[in-house]
Design a protein around this ligand. Structure first.
Ligand SMILES: CCCCCC/C=C/C(=O)SCCNC(=O)CCNC(=O)[C@H](O)C(C)(C)COP(=O)(O)OP(=O)(O)OC[C@H]1O[C@@H](n2cnc3c(N)ncnc32)[C@H](O)[C@@H]1OP(=O)(O)O
Length: 426
């Protein structure tokens, strides 16, 4: 991995030599059909608490008939309390709750370990398995204690707090807040132009899932700092696991497909507040939003050919449909960068605002919209989306699988290495 904060001086070059070396080694291994038999690396996304789409157990599982006695009542109450938590406790806590629930109702972990690509179930299995032979009664008591701690901290932390301050816990790379019927998901890596790391893709998936179930009318995606997003973080491709570059490409394609799928399936009005330049995947998924508001400072750039890559985010379908095939080709094949005005004229952007009044005007507008009848908005969106949902999922699958191959191409690898050796900036 290149150093995150240094200029591209000698240490960077040394680090890059390592990255390039690894790429070449993986490349050679692939060329001779070799495979590493190493276990999952310690930094694997499944091991990160922000990477699991977890349901709190009380919401999805029935109480086992074997959990009896006085504490059974406490246990049931605790499960009901979980449903009433005002704040998302975060994935780490959800994993603990899951594990304790399973231990309390079924005893020690008794199922086979899920496969390496089944990230969520693997994380859940590991949490349960880690409890070893903890007695059921102790697990039940620990579950009750954990929920009781969560309930009191949730009550005291939200008491007296204005809605505007209700920041959701459990996210590291995005900030999720709710105010006046609007849930805002803000990309929060301003120093890296909000480039999307694997953790960020996962957190956005989780944030969208949470927003789809909360009581807000509208959900907004925006960026912190001067960029909306510079697209995929190119270091995603330099972090090669011991399983090799093909496994990396496969996992990335799965992540991409899930990420885009969560935009296709999002059930409420979804708004992009494009606060600055947008690159790559942050542009392509805009075709799946219901409103796109942009500052006049924003630009829209999909330099896929320059990077040896191909379109994603369903843009191979949505862009020609939105702007016509000729203009779509200019963006998606030739990488033409559009100004906000051009993107608006071509139908990708709903409205452009002067940068000086952008935030004020946009939020005034959105607050008014959020007071419209929620169900009517939701149903209208669903009628519109239902007409082509299946088609969008099929396109997403196809684009992801083509990219899986592209990422293994020398065109793509060279482009990434050029970026990190500063030969090629967009
Ligand atoms: C799970 C995988 C799914 C993959 C889906 C497929 C997605 C495809 C795409 O999104 S393609 C688009 C990829 N993006 C790019 O190629 C953009 C690359 N970045 C740039 O060209 C420039 O950084 C810039 C034009 C966005 C901004 O230039 P400038 O204003 O001069 O700023 P800096 O370059 O100094 O950037 C500051 C800092 O951020 C780092 N950075 C910016 N963008 C990225 C990025 N996309 N990936 C990794 N790092 C990025 C940059 O290196 C600087 O870091 P430093 O301060 O030097 O440590």
């Amino acid at each position: 991995m290149p150093p995150q904060n240094s200029a591209h001086g000698p240490p960077f070059r040394v680090a890059m030599a390592g990255v390039v070396g690894r790429l070449i080694r993986c490349w050679c291994r692939r060329a001779v059909g070799g495979r590493s038999r190493s276990a999952l690396p310690s930094g694997h996304p499944a091991l990160h608490p922000g990477c699991c789409s977890l349901k709190v157990p009380a919401l999805q599982l029935h109480v086992s008939k074997t959990a009896m006695g006085a504490s059974q009542k406490d246990f049931e109450n605790a499960m009901n309390q979980v449903k009433l938590l005002k704040e998302d406790p975060g994935n780490e806590v959800k994993l603990k709750l899951y594990a304790l629930y399973k231990q309390a109702t079924e005893g020690p972990c008794n199922t086979p370990k899920p496969g390496v690509f089944d990230l969520i179930n693997k994380a859940k299995w590991e949490a349960w398995n880690a409890l070893g032979s903890l007695p059921k009664e102790t697990a039940r008591q620990n579950y009750v204690d954990l929920v009781s701690g969560l309930s009191s901290s949730s009550d005291s932390s939200s008491q007296g707090k204005p809605e505007a301050e209700r920041k959701q816990a459990g996210y590291e790379t995005v900030v999720m807040t709710s105010e006046e019927g609007i849930t805002k998901i803000m990309l929060n890596r301003p120093a890296k132009k909000n480039a999307l790391t694997e953790q960020m893709y996962q957190e956005i998936i989780l944030a969208l899932e949470a927003a789809s179930k909360d009581d807000s009318a509208i959900t907004v995606l925006t960026g912190n700092g001067d960029y909306y997003s510079s697209g995929n973080d190119l270091t995603n491709f330099t972090n090669i696991p011991p399983e090799g570059v093909e496994a990396k490409a496969k996992n990335s394609a799965i992540l991409l497909r899930n990420f885009v799928g969560s935009f296709i399936d999002f059930p409420k009005p979804l708004v992009a507040v494009v606060n600055g330049p947008a690159v790559g995947i942050s542009v392509t998924v805009l075709g799946l939003f219901d409103l796109v508001y942009a500052t006049d400072r924003a630009t829209f750039h999909t330099p896929f050919s320059h990077l040896g890559q191909t379109p994603e985010g369903c843009s191979s379908y949505t862009f020609p449909k939105i702007m016509g095939p000729a203009k779509a080709a200019e963006m998606l094949i030739f990488g033409k960068k559009l100004t906000a005005g051009e993107a608006c004229a071509q139908g990708l952007v709903t409205e452009v605002f002067p940068d000086s009044s952008f935030q004020k005007e946009v939020w005034t507008r959105l607050k008014a919209y959020s007071k419209l009848p929620q169900n009517a908005m939701r149903i209208s969106k669903q009628i519109i989306r239902s007409q082509e949902k299946e088609k969008l999922h099929a396109i997403n699958a196809k684009e992801s699988s083509i990219l899986q191959e592209r990422w293994l191409s020398s065109e793509c690898m060279n482009a990434i290495m050029n970026f990190f050796s500063q030969k090629a900036k967009l």
